[in-house]
Design a protein around this ligand. Structure first.
Ligand code: AMP
Ligand code: ZN
Length: 114
């Protein structure tokens, strides 16, 4: 998608701090971290949100979770971590390219607030 921030990051047109990359996904540091570790995992293929996952494109979600588990181990998040994917405006989604936040490195409190 030509006008998508995360497509541009995947393409290297906008700089990012890369953490991980494979055939299916790209991971980079969130520009406004909420915890010592805050990494965004995105599919290389443009999918707008979790609401657009279909039988045809869902395999990438498993690939992303494999990458998340690998990076969580590398970052030594042995005490635990959280994955969040906001879908739609009510959930606070601000970038409409599917992404999974990996957050950790401190106690994270309750699962859902407000
Ligand atoms: P969400 O609100 O769930 O859509 O998450 C979007 C995330 O993208 C936010 O946590 C932002 O801080 C992050 N973000 C926005 N622009 C950039 C960027 N250029 N590089 C890295 N992270 C970004
Ligand atoms: Zn995109």
């Amino acid at each position: 998608m030509s006008d998508c921030l995360f497509c541009k990051i995947v393409a290297g047109e906008i700089p990012s701090k890369k953490v991980y990359e494979d055939e299916y996904c790209y991971a980079f540091e969130d520009i406004a971290p909420v915890a010592p570790v805050h990494i965004l995992f995105v599919p290389k293929e443009h999918i707008s949100s979790a609401g657009d996952i279909t039988p045809e494109n869902s395999a990438v979600v498993g690939k992303i979770y494999e990458a998340v588990a690998k990076v969580a181990k590398e970052k030594k998040l042995d005490g635990g971590w959280r994955v969040v994917s906001n879908c739609g405006p009510d959930a606070g989604q601000t970038v409409f390219h599917l992404h999974f936040h990996l957050i950790g490195g401190r106690p994270l409190g309750v699962m859902v607030s407000e």
